[in-house]
Design a protein. Sequence first.
Length: 130
Amino acid sequence: MEIPQGLRYTATHEWVRVEGELAFVGITDYAQEALGDIVFVERPPVGETYAKGDEVATIESVKAASPIYCPVSGTVTECNAALEKQPELVNKGAYDAFIFALRLSDPTELETLLDAARYAEVVESEGKKH
């Protein structure tokens, strides 16, 4: 399982890559492995504004449907159109297949997210629960 340095993470298994005032959001390698074969990604509408923690999208696999939560507050500026026809791209490269991008409304919220080491601890603790 891959946990790249330089990204930020949530305990609900979303990753965030910041580029200027944009935050690109996807699900982690751990999450896509747990879900199995992904068959559908419901993406949020462009222009919609969300608060940190809001349910913003849904990802469906052959096993289950799971919500995707907004890791930071902002307005959706784009969605990964490739996922509409090829949702399995998330399985092929979770950190390459962003789901949506937000224009940050409160960049200080990034400080509340986990770094790679802290996220690895979350994953490890969840593994012990199973």
